[in-house]
Design a protein around this ligand. Sequence first.
Ligand code: ATP
Ligand code: MG
Length: 226
Amino acid sequence: MSILELVDSARKINDNKIEEFSNIKNKKKVGILGGTFDPIHYAHLATAEFIKDKYNLDWMFFIPTGNPPHKLGIKTDKYDRYNMVLLATETNSKFIALDLEIERKERTYTVDTLKDLKNKYPEAEFYFITGADAICEVESWKGMKKNFEMATFIAATRPGISLLKAQEKIEQLEKKYNTSIISVYVPSLDISSTYIREQIEDGKTVRYLIPESVEKYLETKNLYKK
Ligand code: ATP
Ligand code: MG
């Protein structure tokens, strides 16, 4: 199968998962992992799976950002980033890729995404996952008070980010916003998209760091090459 056929097939499978999800009308716990996913890698997938299991979440949404205010230098086409998420999540029946942010014309903010999801799926209880790096920056996000009302935040450890520093920040946020934030140790995988991009740019291997289908996609599309 060509890579475009593989993406098409992953899209159909994803559509079926969304339909199945939408048809469940009783309460369900849903984790959300947002990111640029430029590209998606095994640390994203392993973190999502670990947290889903640990907190008995029923589903996990992967939401690639469209035009985030804090990352203006994304060179990769948003549809390529989304297609790679489709491919990477295909084999997990509870992992769903959502394109609501990449389809938004304006700047994308988490608060708007959460509002959309709450309206669309009133029976869902949302858990928003951020890496320990991101939790330290949430105060610069728009509508943070509202975000904490709409979802329970889970801060996941990430290699290279001092947990002590994150913990201090988390306690400050809890006080200021009168909320509870879950912090969780995730078995570390020291992988980042930046590292993947650099490896590819240097003509080095990324095998076993990203799913094979994603590797095939970025090779075919010539992504991240010099
Ligand atoms: P980049 O290097 O381009 O910033 P990234 O690897 O940080 O990419 P993002 O798309 O920025 O990936 O991250 C999406 C989410 O996944 C963020 O909440 C981030 O903290 C988390 N995340 C990314 N890599 C890891 C990792 N190795 N361990 C735990 N969490 C991670
Ligand atoms: Mg990052």
